[in-house]
Structures are given as structure tokens and as C-alpha cells.
Design a protein around this ligand. Structure first.
Ligand code: HEM
Length: 527
């Protein structure tokens, strides 16, 4: 797949190859299509019998299904779900428009909610009824693939929510510097067009920019470290998806046999141990009052970690996990936006004008990013049409719960929210299938105009309502409710800097001009 960043201003060109899939999961697990089929067939029969006799089908009989529900036949649906989840979900929404439904995943039934009223209910339900952690663990066996210390002690979450988000005004210039350097390294300026593999190149740029605030420079530029953080995430997913195929009693053994994760942590320690040692030494000499203390995630982790979490091994594994949640998600999101930009180059001019005008007034700062409404709108519109997954907001029901439409979801049910229904709702979004890069900027202006007309003193709510960081039933790309992505404030800054840099520095076009490469999904893509 391809885009080009071009000659007009002596700019280089960015042109990813046509064969490159847009879904990381398609290649990311390191499994070929046939491997996936063989593994799934092997696991299929064991799980089919187990799940059927565990009575899951019986317990969820009252939830409509499109297609067969009997054992064996339901697995035809499950295989379709793996390779064509997006269309399976859309078909279900069309055929069962007024109620939740269930789809056969290879490993279980998955109940899908798409009615906006019920999605609001999901958002409000407490962790005691709907668990996000159990859903992550179930999908990717995080207990094994990441380690139980991460699952049982998620102390990184408040750090992402508070320290990272609050430090953004200080961090933005550093992220901008890293983005500029990384683009110069990977797509150096030339007089002509340069062909670039988008996903692969953006992955390295995102990994560098993210690690500038995770571990700081110069480590964020070390090619072996960058290769490790990208590869580690792939290993975690490969291990997690494979472990799901065997009964729980066999998982510790299989994990010990197939996991590369401990090897990844050991490789990471080679890079990180000297950094930890230097930071500890500095702390011993200067104490808490050190005014030159590094402002990065590693420092916050070292400050907050308790007990065994303070060891090099635990700190390294937590930093690799942060890379796992941050780098692939941001790369996928940015690559989609880049493809839209390449497919609709008419947006280059209005985006460029906005960036140049705002940067002239505020420099490359957080204030400037907050004023880049067109850039924000462009990425958000891309997320609306191409979120990370067709099903998001994954939760496990911990206690039997009756929804307001009278549907009972028994304990143990795996539920998700379908993105197409609300993201493509014609009542919210005019001409919803069309890509309109300035859609949210226009919606914001309209709402702000109306609010200011009715009361010139208000308008604060409208100001942020259409921003990328704001989650709602109509904008599910970052999830919803108390477990909505806490890293979205940082991710938004990083991706806006990247897009703003691309539009002022490059021209861009697709190898196959005007034709946006088709998406490829593995199951529902990212959890
Ligand atoms: C564009 C980039 C990103 C996208 C689209 C994205 C999307 C998501 C989604 C959909 C979820 C699940 C939300 C839910 O279930 O309701 C999530 C969770 C999470 N994300 Fe992100 N994410 C991105 C970047 C990041 C970054 C950069 C970080 C860290 C700096 C991060 C940290 C996390 C964490 C820690 C969770 C788990 C939250 C919890 O369990 O409460 N994400 N993300």
C-alpha cells in the first residue's frame, strides 16, 4: 500500500508497498493464514466440546444469533468471524437491528451490544458487574503473556492518567523534536518521490516518539531497542492467542514452552539496566529535590514502584508492556489517517494552512496542538471509519445482570460494543460512509456558534465535545467509561504532531493513485 510525500517543495515521498496489510494483526502475530487455520482447527474441537457442555450455548439461548447455533455448525460462523469479522458484525446489525445478538467466536460466544441506549448502560456499570481486566485476560491471556504482576498490580494506570497527562505541556516540544528527527532519518528529504512502506515506517517513528517520553533520549533512538519494543508486542499477542486454544490447566506448561516474553525482558534489561543504575545514582546524590530530574515514564515508575516492582526485571517488563499498549495502537491509527491523506490530497492545503498559522502564533506547543481543530478532526474522522476494531469496549459479566431492555446476561458472558452502528449513524453523521476530514471541525463550529448565540458566556462543553480525546457512544475509538484509554491524551498529542509535521513537510500520494488500500482484519483486530 502506498503514499508519497513529494517533490513540490523538495519534499521526499512516502510510498508504502501495495502488499502491505493495514492490519497489524494480519502480520503482527507472526502467523501465516494457514498456521492460524491449523491452530484454530486443533483448538476448535476441544473448545467446542468444552464450551458446549459447560452450557454456554444453553445459558445464552435467549440472545438472537444469525446463523446456526448447534455445535460444529456454529463453528462455521466462528471461522467466518475470524477472517471476516467486520462484515459478520454488519450483517448481524442489519438482521437483528433492535436487540443485542451473539456471534460465535472460536473460543466462546460473544454478545454484541449496538443499541446506543444499552451502550450508555455498559458505560455506567461498575467494575463489580462488568470487568475490563477479565476481558483483557480472557482475550490475550495477559496473566501469562504479560505476567501476573502486571495484571494484579496495574500501578501504571494512575501514572498514565495523572503524571503523563499533566506533563503534556512540558513534553510536547520533546515529542515534536523526536518526530522531526525520526521523519528525517526514515524519510529524508529528496528532490523526487520516495517510496515508503507506511505501516513499518510509521511503527518506528511512533516507537521513537513514544519512547522519548517512556525512557528518554538517547535510548529511544537505539535501533535494537526500537526493534525489541515492536517485536515484544508481537510476541505477547502471539503467546496470548495461542494459549487461548488450550484448556487452562495446560496453559502454564505451554506458556513456558512457547513464550519469548522472558527473552524479550532479558534483552530489554541490557538496554535499560544502565539507565536504571544511572537514575538511582543520581537520586542518591541529589535526592527528591533534583531539579534536572528526567521527565519521563521511567522516572515516574521508579518513584511509585514498591517492593519487587522496583527491580530491573519488573521495571523492564512494565515498560515493555507500556510499549505494547501504546505503539501498535498509535501506529495503526496514524497509518489509517495517512492513507486517507494520500487518497484525498485536497486536504493537504487546508491542514497545512492551519498548522502554519497556529505554529506561527504558539510555536510547537500543547496550546498550538489544542488549536489545530482541522488536524484533530482529520484523525478523528479516520478513527470513525477505521477504528482499531469492529468490536471494542470488551467486558466480562461478573454478576448476572438484566439490561433495561429486559435481556439477562449471565455471569461469565463476554460482551463487546459494535462500532459500526453508532459510528455510521446517519442521524449523527451526515452522509456517514463518506470520508469528510473536516467533519468534526465543522460540527464543532456549528455547535459553538449555536451555543454562543443562545448564551455568549457558555460554550466550554461544545469546545471539547468533538475533539479526538472525547469519548462517547458516537466515538468509541478509545473505548468508553472508566476503562476508556487513559493514554489518549498523550496519543492525541503525538499523532497530531505527526500529522501536522507531515502536512507542512511533505506532499503525499498513493502508489495506486486515489485508491485507498483495502483494510484486512484478523478477527476483530485490536482488543
Ligand atoms: C491512537 C492510539 C490509541 C488507541 C486508539 C487506544 C485505544 C484503546 C482502547 C480501545 C482501549 C480499551 C478501552 C475500553 O475497553 O473501554 C485502551 C486501553 C488502554 N490504553 Fe490505549 N489506545 C491508544 C494509545 C495508548 C497510549 C499511547 C497509551 C499509553 C501511553 C495507552 C494506554 C492504555 C491503557 C493503559 C489501557 C488500559 C486501560 C484500563 O484497563 O483501564 N493507549 N486503549
Amino acid at each position: 500500500m502506498s503514499c508519497t510525500i513529494c517533490a513540490e517543495r523538495n519534499f521526499p515521498s512516502l510510498r508504502p508497498s501495495m502488499e502491505e496489510p493495514t492490519s497489524l494483526f494480519a502480520t503482527g502475530c507472526g502467523l501465516t493464514g494457514w498456521n492460524i487455520v491449523v491452530i484454530n482447527i486443533a483448538g476448535l474441537f476441544v473448545l467446542m466440546a468444552l464450551s458446549y457442555y459447560r452450557g454456554e450455548t444453553r445459558k445464552l439461548r435467549h440472545i438472537p444469533t444469525v446463523g446456526p447455533t448447534t455445535p460444529i455448525l456454529s463453528y462455521i460462523g466462528a471461522f467466518r468471524f475470524i477472517f471476516d469479522a467486520s462484515n459478520v458484525i454488519r450483517e448481524h446489525i442489519e438482521k437483528v437491528p433492535n436487540s443485542m445478538f451473539k456471534v460465535a467466536d472460536v473460543f466462546r460466544w460473544q454478545v454484541v451490544i449496538h443499541d446506543p441506549k444499552l451502550i450508555e448502560e455498559v458505560k455506567m456499570l461498575p467494575d463489580g458487574i462488568l470487568s475490563s481486566f477479565d476481558a483483557q485476560n480472557e482475550s490475550l491471556q495477559t496473566w501469562y503473556s504479560l505476567g501476573r504482576h502486571i495484571v494484579t498490580n496495574p500501578y501504571h494506570l494512575p501514572i498514565v492518567r495523572t503524571q503523563l497527562t499533566r506533563a503534556l505541556p512540558q513534553l510536547v516540544p520533546a515529542v515534536h523534536e523526536e518526530v522531526v528527527d525520526a521523519f528525517d532519518d526514515f524519510i529524508p528529504a529528496t528532490d523526487g518521490w520516495t517510496s515508503v512502506k507506511a505501516l513499518e515506517t510509521m511503527m518506528k517513528i511512533v516507537a521513537r516518539a513514544s519512547n522519548r517520553i517512556f525512557v528518554g533520549a538517547p535510548l529511544c533512538r537505539d535501533p535494537d531497542y526500537i526493534d525489541l519494543v515492536v517485536q515484544h508486542a508481537v510476541d505477547v499477542v502471539r503467546v496470548g492467542t495461542t494459549l487461548r486454544l488450550v484448556p487452562s490447566v495446560l496453559r502454564p506448561l505451554l506458556n513456558a514452552m512457547i513464550s519469548h516474553v522472558p527473552r524479550g525482558v532479558a534483552r530489554g534489561m541490557k538496554h535499560l539496566a544502565p539507565v536504571f543504575a544511572a537514575r538511582r545514582k543520581c537520586h542518591q546524590e541529589k535526592g527528591d529535590a533534583d531539579s534536572e530530574k528526567s521527565l519521563d515514564f521511567l522516572s515516574w515508575l521508579m518513584e511509585v514502584a514498591q517492593g519487587e516492582e522496583r527491580t530491573d526485571w519488573h521495571l523492564t517488563s512494565r515498560l515493555l508492556m507500556m510499549n505494547w499498549v501504546a505503539v501498535h495502537t498509535s501506529t495503526m491509527t496514524f497509518t489509517h489517517a495517512l492513507y486517507y491523506l494520500a487518497a484525498y490530497p485536497e486536504y493537504l492545503k487546508p491542514l497545512r494552512e492551519e498548522v502554519e498559522e497556529v505554529v506561527k502564533r504558539h510555536g510547537w506547543s500543547k496550546v498550538a496542538l489544542d488549536e489545530m481543530h482541522r488536524v484533530d478532526s482529520f484523525i478523528k474522522e479516520s478513527q470513525r471509519l477505521d477504528p482499531l476494531a469492529v468490536l471494542l469496549v470488551n467486558r466480562v459479566v461478573l454478576k448476572d445482570h438484566v439490561f433495561s431492555d429486559g435481556t439477562l446476561l449471565p455471569k461469565g458472558t463476554f460482551l463487546s460494543v459494535a462500532t459500526p452502528k453508532t459510528h455510521l449513524n446517519a442521524q449523527t453523521y451526515e452522509d456517514p460512509l463518506r470520508f469528510d476530514g473536516l467533519r468534526y471541525a465543522k460540527m464543532r463550529e456549528r455547535a459553538l456558534g449555536q451555543t454562543l448565540c443562545s448564551n455568549p458566556d457558555v460554550g466550554g462543553g461544545s469546545k471539547r465535545k468533538f475533539d479526538m480525546v472525547t469519548t462517547s457512544v458516537d466515538s468509541l475509538a478509545f473505548g468508553l467509561g472508566r476503562h476508556a484509554c487513559p493514554g489518549r491524551f498523550f496519543a492525541t498529542c503525538e499523532l497530531k504532531i505527526m500529522l501536522a509535521h507531515v502536512v507542512v513537510k511533505y506532499d503525499i500520494r498513493l502508489q495506486n493513485e486515489g485508491v485507498r488500500p483495502a483494510n484486512r482484519w484478523y478477527a476483530t483486530a485490536f482488543p
